[in-house]
Design a binder for this molecule. Structure first.
Ligand code: IPD
Ligand code: CA
Ligand code: CA
Length: 254
């Protein structure tokens, strides 16, 4: 199953990689900060067809289409066809395809594919996490010797101040931070030890479902900013880190 989902992600990646004239195919979704391109819609349609052929009785829960069916029971694909749409539109080549397959509200398989670097992160529950087939693990560095990644939750403007406050608190305790603009990959970068920690005040299920399994299977922890379990099927704050920094959340003003 993990291999089949990975192959579908790689195929979808070809659409992302070969996209041309993106500016002319970009439309405003809710605001100038929230864009959708015709490629987001095309990649989602491609993924829906291929993934439902793989698991015909699954519900498809994608970013670009209205949900049909109850995602909390049985199998559900949770899909972001292009995570990092603004990067995609602006030519940053920092975007990914994120696919989770959950059963009864628990993620069983996760795949995050960066079609530019051809990095495919994957995990199966209780079977470990991988980057292009090689096992990956979170780092063991304390934040004082490490870096963190943050997301600005920019679609929810009320989180700008709290996001900046938490960034300041963590920056004082760390070497530096990064803001890449593609949350699914951000989670995978913690999973493979490129960074020690990631947070964002508000993410959608398709942003974090696959990546959160990849982090936990890589030996990290994933929770809300309140320290509770991620709801997986709902918008939520997200905090992930290696085990060394597990206690840090309780020391911060969130
Ligand atoms: C967004 C990206 C971004 C994060 C936003 C997400 P999109 O997804 O992951 O890094 O800060 O919260 O919504 O809209 O590019 O698919
Ligand atoms: Ca996204
Ligand atoms: Ca998206």
């Amino acid at each position: 199953m993990l291999y089949a989902i990975s192959e579908i992600a790689r195929e979808a990646g070809k659409i992302v990689r070969s996209a041309g004239d993106i500016a002319a195919k970009t439309h405003i979704k809710t605001s100038a900060a929230d864009l959708v391109t015709e490629y987001d819609v095309a990649v989602e349609a491609f993924l829906k067809e291929k993934l439902l052929a793989l698991v015909p009785d699954a519900v498809f829960f994608g970013e670009e289409e209205a949900l049909q069916g109850d995602p909390s029971k049985g199998w559900v694909f949770i899909v972001d066809p292009i995570d990092g749409t603004t990067n995609f539109v602006r030519g940053f080549r920092q975007s990914s395809i994120s696919i989770a397959l959950a059963r009864d509200g628990q993620v069983e398989y996760g795949v995050v594919y960066d079609p530019y670097r051809e990095e495919l992160f994957s995990a199966q529950r209780e079977a470990g996490a991988f980057l292009n087939g090689q096992p990956i693990h979170v780092s063991d560095k304390p934040l004082g010797e490490g870096i963190f990644i943050m997301g600005t939750a920019i679609y929810k403007r009320e989180y700008i101040d709290p996001s900046m406050s938490l960034t300041t608190q963590l920056l004082r305790r760390s070497c530096d931070f990064r803001r890449f603009g593609a949350a699914a990959q951000d989670l995978c970068y913690v999973a493979c030890g490129r960074a020690e920690l990631f947070f964002e005040y508000s993410l959608s299920p398709w942003d974090y479902a696959a990546g959160s399994l990849i982090v936990t299977e890589a030996g990290g922890v994933a929770s809300t900013l309140q320290g509770t379990a991620l709801p997986i099927l709902q918008r939520s704050s997200v905090w992930v880190c290696n085990k060394t920094n597990q206690g840090l959340l309780a020391e911060l003003e969130v």
